[in-house]
Design a binder for this molecule. Structure first.
Ligand code: GRF
Length: 221
């Protein structure tokens, strides 16, 4: 049997994506193990979630470090000590330095609550909602030097409904985040991901049927 993929999960907030990873591991759907959860916010609910499942958690307050580089150096050490195979950013609200990226080449992934390259940055759901798009969604991607610019692994599309609020749209997107993040990690665990430049190819992926989506629906056209 193949060894479970060793994950280092970095969080800052509610940790619902961490929870979906934990749940999928516990039910045997995801061949991975969480070696360490690192959190830069001592008030994050994600810490409680991790502890509840007996996972090791390190709280690392970025304010305690003189520079961004010093903070990242500590992160690198902790992740190396835990011999992790993949760094999973799950709502981790810090920009990483190039030293960090170099320490884990093609081994850092992130989830973003919009259909990249549209609406990068901290307020993906809100920005898409205010723009008035008819579809939005979420994206799992590799992390590179830019903000939400790395090669895309998987995306999920959701409609924006006419009576949506920012909150109802964000909730619809979050539900999909909880599905595509474990899926992306499993692709990685299975060695199915091939990156060529900006393009990610998933070996043996079953692709979406070739059909167009419309929102609102067409009236017979
Ligand atoms: C998610 O919407 C994620 O896409 C974004 O931050 C949020 C984190 O949510 N990067 P949670 O902490 O996993 O609940």
């Amino acid at each position: 049997m193949t060894q479970p993929l060793k994950l280092g999960v970095l969080i800052s907030g509610s940790g619902s994506n961490l929870q979906s990873i934990i749940d999928n591991i516990e039910k045997g759907a995801l061949t991975a193990t969480i070696k360490i959860v690192i959190c830069n916010n001592p008030h994050s609910f994600g810490i409680t979630r991790a502890q509840k499942h007996g996972l090791p958690v390190t709280v690392l307050k970025h304010d305690d470090f003189r520079t961004r580089e010093d903070f990242d150096e500590e992160l690198i050490q902790i992740l190396r000590n835990n011999e992790i195979d993949l760094v999973v950013l799950a709502g981790f609200m810090r920009i990483l330095t190039s030293a960090f990226l170099k320490a884990f080449p093609q081994k850092i992934i992130n989830i973003h609550p919009a259909l990249l390259p549209s609406f990068p940055g901290t307020h993906g759901q809100k920005d898409a909602f205010e723009y008035g798009v008819k579809f939005s969604g979420c994206t799992v991607h590799f992390v590179d030097e830019g903000v939400d610019t790395g090669p895309i692994i998987i995306q999920s599309v959701v409609p924006v409904l006419q009576d949506d609020t920012r909150e109802t749209l964000a909730a619809r997107i979050l539900k999909e985040e909880h599905r595509i993040y474990p899926q992306a990690i499993q692709y990685f665990a299975d060695g199915k991901i091939i990156i060529t430049g900006r393009k990610v190819h998933i070996k043996d992926a079953s692709e979406t049927p070739l059909m167009a989506l419309h929102n609102p629906s067409l009236t017979g056209f």
